[in-house]
Design a protein around this ligand. Structure first.
Ligand code: CPU
Length: 560
């Protein structure tokens, strides 16, 4: 048997429950109609009736409803059934689908299969929805397109299940052979024509049983699979944008969704791509999410001058970025150096900040008595930052073998000890380098896949580490600027998310932040190291979406 690599999922009855058949039965009960009445009318209308024509996209929903209402009335008269006074199929369909829900275990299985390299596809009979309730359909399909590689609706291509040609079409679009493909549906007739082509099929009546069959056919563990990752934004398909903030300097970003604007700022040494698991989730929660390549990184410009990377300059860049996009206020979410930056934005540009959240990075107010560089020298955990000071030194070490550098950086807390001697942020100057003493061959951590690792490598090959390291080379310049606000409070709504096992940004460093940030909410991610967004994406998404919902309750419309 050929190894399976493709899975087709029906929508109603498989990915959404209840399916049309169960929903029809419930509707018949509600309207006091005899069991099977509605289904019968549809079946009787045949392959060229209004239902089939709507599913092939030959007529829109409204026209289908007009024709079907007549058929229902005729059928009722014929069989002596009394239809309710106000009966219309339009409202019947509305109540049919409004309480439909995603079948979570099936969706989870689809995600797991995708994470194992399978291509997943929704194959559904659907109509062009011009009903007053069409927004529901728009939501469902926007959601599906984020979770599956391909979504095929019968009405867009003029063919419907169980016609053989629709399966041939799906295989062609996926570049799949029938023997490599599995198809799940709750209607036997739909499965039969797929099976005749050589596709393996699963009849979905009971979710648990269907998943067991899917597990056996795919060879991927789908039951009792706790730790699955949310869908990730794909660099090839996510929309990219560029803003020139001054001559010769541009910032690159990706964006998803609609609603209040959330700006995501990554840390060292990362990329917009570090937010890949947050982009689809926050977009689906009702926000316009923008993830930047910070200055110095990826497809953003990487000017060589150190001063370009002071916190003052970087804050000004963000303000210009917002000005040029016409965004008056934004909710900022930062991680690591991005976290330090968003705290400074909330302190010095509060009018532009709707709310502020930081992952891992505490708010460190400037101490007017102690220069920043002296403070860093006083904490052995930050020794690597001293090593980063001399331009060119760390660049040479980190750029020698990009792949090895990222394999060393991107590790989870439990994995550290498998790599003796482990990377340590302390004693770096004495060792004479960050990676001194580590083996040449480093295993890739399970917190990211090979292709994800290669994406980081490709991004850093563009401009190297000079720009990113320059973020560390402005300690006292930034301090002189920041002392002005040393005793100011951050009044905007704020969220501090600590990561239990971050070896550099320790949760204990956040103690007392409430004194300076009165509206502080807290989140905590257990068993999580430094790379919070990719280590614990589901936990991060949950914390952010809950807090964002509390902050963005009543949007204030502009009177301008
Ligand atoms: C870990 C260990 C050694 C070298 C680099 C790293 N983050 C990766 C994490 C580096 C970092 O230095 N963040 C800054 C952010 C602003 C406050 C101080 C720490």
């Amino acid at each position: 048997m050929a190894a399976k690599r493709f899975v087709l999922f029906d929508l109603g009855g498989v990915l959404l429950t209840p399916g049309p058949q169960a929903a029809f039965r419930r509707l018949e009960e509600k309207l006091g109609l005899p069991g099977g009445f509605l289904l019968n009318v549809f079946v009787k209308s045949g392959p060229d009736g209004a239902f089939a024509r709507a599913e092939r996209g030959q007529i829109p929903f409204s026209q289908f409803v007009t024709e079907m209402n007549k058929e229902c009335k005729a059928s009722a008269e014929e069989s002596g059934v009394t239809l309710p006074e106000m009966f219309t199929l339009e409202s019947a369909f509305h109540s049919l689908f409004e309480d439909g829900e995603v079948n979570k275990p099936i969706l989870k299985a689809a995600t797991t299969l995708r994470n194992h390299g399978f291509k997943t596809c929704v194959l559904t009979n659907n109509w062009v929805d011009d009903s007053p309730f069409r927004h529901r359909n728009a939501e469902v399909f926007t959601f599906l397109k984020q979770h599956f590689d391909l979504v095929i609706e019968s009405c867009r291509i003029g063919m419907r299940k169980p016609e053989t040609r629709i399966y041939e079409y799906a295989l062609k679009m996926l570049k799949a052979e029938p023997q490599e493909t599995i198809f799940l549906d709750d209607i036997g007739a739909n499965l039969k024509s797929a099976r005749d082509l050589g596709i393996s099929t699963v009849l979905v009546r009971d979710t648990e049983k269907a998943l067991k069959e899917l597990q056996d056919l795919s060879g991927v563990k789908l039951l009792d699979n706790e730790d699955i990752r949310p869908p990730a934004a794909d660099p090839d398909t996510v929309p990219h944008g560029y803003v020139t903030i001054k001559p010769g300097v541009k910032l690159h970003y990706v964006e998803m969704g609609n609603g209040p604007v959330i700006l995501l700022c990554h840390g060292f040494p990362e990329s917009w791509y570090s937010w890949r698991y947050q982009l689809p989730a926050l977009a689906a929660a009702g926000y316009k999410v923008i993830a930047l390549d910070m200055k110095g990184y990826g497809d953003s410009s990487s000017p060589p001058e150190i001063e370009e990377y002071s916190q003052q300059a970087l804050c000004q860049d963000l303000v210009t970025f917002l000005d040029k996009l016409g965004i008056s206020q934004v909710t900022l979410v930062g991680h690591d150096w991005g976290g330090a930056l968003v705290w400074n934005m909330a302190l010095f540009y509060p009018e532009r900040v709707r709310a502020v959240a930081s992952l891992n990075t505490p708010f460190f107010p400037a101490d007017p008595e102690v220069k920043a560089s002296d403070r860093v020298k006083g904490n052995p955990i930050f020794d690597y930052q001293i090593y980063f000071q001399e331009p060119g030194v760390a660049e040479a070490e980190l750029e020698k073998n990009f792949e090895r550098s990222f394999k060393i950086f991107f590790r989870g807390p439990g994995e550290k000890d498998k790599l003796p001697p482990s990377i340590s942020s302390g004693g770096v100057c004495e060792r004479g380098g960050l990676f001194v003493g580590l083996p040449e061959e480093i295993p890739r951590s399970k917190i990211l896949s090979e292709s994800e690792l290669q994406y980081y490598v490709s991004q850093f090959k563009k401009s190297g580490f000079r720009g990113p390291l320059n973020w560390y080379r402005n300690m006292d310049r930034t301090w002189e600027w920041a002392v002005k606000g040393h005793n100011w409070k951050i009044q905007v709504p704020a969220l501090m998310v600590t990561a239990e096992k971050d070896p550099v940004l320790l949760p204990v460093m956040t103690t007392g932040m409430e004194k300076r940030i009165p509206n502080l909410t807290r989140g905590h991610v257990e068993n999580c190291g430094h790379w919070t967004q990719m280590e614990k994406p589901a936990a991060v998404n949950e914390i952010l979406i809950k807090w964002l919902g509390e902050v963005h309750t009543a949007p204030v419309p502009s009177k301008l």
